[in-house]
Design a protein around this ligand. Structure first.
Ligand code: FES
Length: 121
């Protein structure tokens, strides 16, 4: 099982292929996911220190490009756990002042993923 190291929270064994945003939340981090995992809000953003996946979904690429965030953050709703990772969640419910983290993301990546290589930065 892949190991997920979440800065400030610990290291956890996660299900192979589990959606990253769900794995983070399941292990006690109140990460935001305001759009419900559809690559629209960017509140599920994380910063990788190790194990960043070499591919991303077209939906993630387009949203990060639109926001000028390519090369800075990744969207945890658009990533599956298939290798060891170390990261820092960047937007949490407790720090946001919002009433809830957003709709629960599906178990699988939405919208239907099309995978591409990381863009040049
Ligand atoms: S972009 Fe909204 S939950 Fe990931």
């Amino acid at each position: 099982m892949p190991k997920l190291q979440i800065e400030g929270f610990g290291t956890f064994a996660v299900g192979h292929g589990q959606r990253l945003v769900r794995a983070i939340e399941t292990n006690g981090v109140d990460i935001l996911h305001r759009c419900g995992g559809y690559a629209r809000c960017t509140t599920c953003r994380v910063a990788f220190s190790a194990g960043e996946p070499p591919t991303m979904t077209v939906a993630e690429r387009d949203k990060l490009d639109e926001k000028g965030l390519i090369g800075q953050v990744r969207l945890s709703c658009q990533i599956v756990c298939d290798n060891d990772m170390a990261l820092r969640p960047l937007m949490t419910l407790s720090e946001s002042g919002l009433p809830d983290p957003g709709p629960t993301p599906h178990d699988t990546v939405t919208p239907e993923p099309a995978w591409v290589s990381l863009p040049e930065t």
